[in-house]
Design a protein around this ligand. Sequence first.
Ligand code: CU
Length: 216
Amino acid sequence: MKKLLLTTVAAGICGLFATSASAHNTLTSMEGYAGYVTDFEMRVTHGCKGSPVKEVRVKIPEGVLRVSVGANRDWKTEVKMRKLDKPVPGEGGNMITETVDQITWKDPVSPIPAGGVFEGLKFRGALPKEENKIIFFPTINVCETGDDKYVDLPKEELKVGAPDFKKKLWEFMSATPGPAPFLITTKASKAQYPWEPMEVPKPKADAGTQQKAAAN
Ligand SMILES: [Cu+2]
């Protein structure tokens, strides 16, 4: 009976904040410049119904490449790779054929307390060049008892910039107890590093127009 009561109270605390994005695992920064190599931090804000967190897993979404994990002396980190459908050019001319699929932080010096504090787990990677894209990073907390899965994705595609985007995003975040953390790519006004030329995408009609001009 006592145990049941405890669980109910803890569930009540989570439920109270369930509609607030800050109550779940979220990325500390929910925006990032398209194409930039970006530092990410997965923020863990509470345990599973009162149980401390002893393992955190993050799934790296498609299109986020060149991923590395921040040094962490409190957790053991483990990286699982996946093969890319299509190899992409990497630095120094060699082709990248596989990429990080999942990062796991486990066996901590001590688990993240169930409440009252948060912890940020750092990793980095290159964001896709596509602007106004919402990218999901599904994540799972494994606790001493039970787990919390923040792996739910929106039922329909969320179009950043659409008139009802904010409403749809909020609906998604409050629809289930486990919305996946996300980040929105925004337009960068300059290349990431000052020595890099800004890439100007060529309009598709360009080649045809030039050919015509040449023919004339
Ligand atoms: Cu939560």
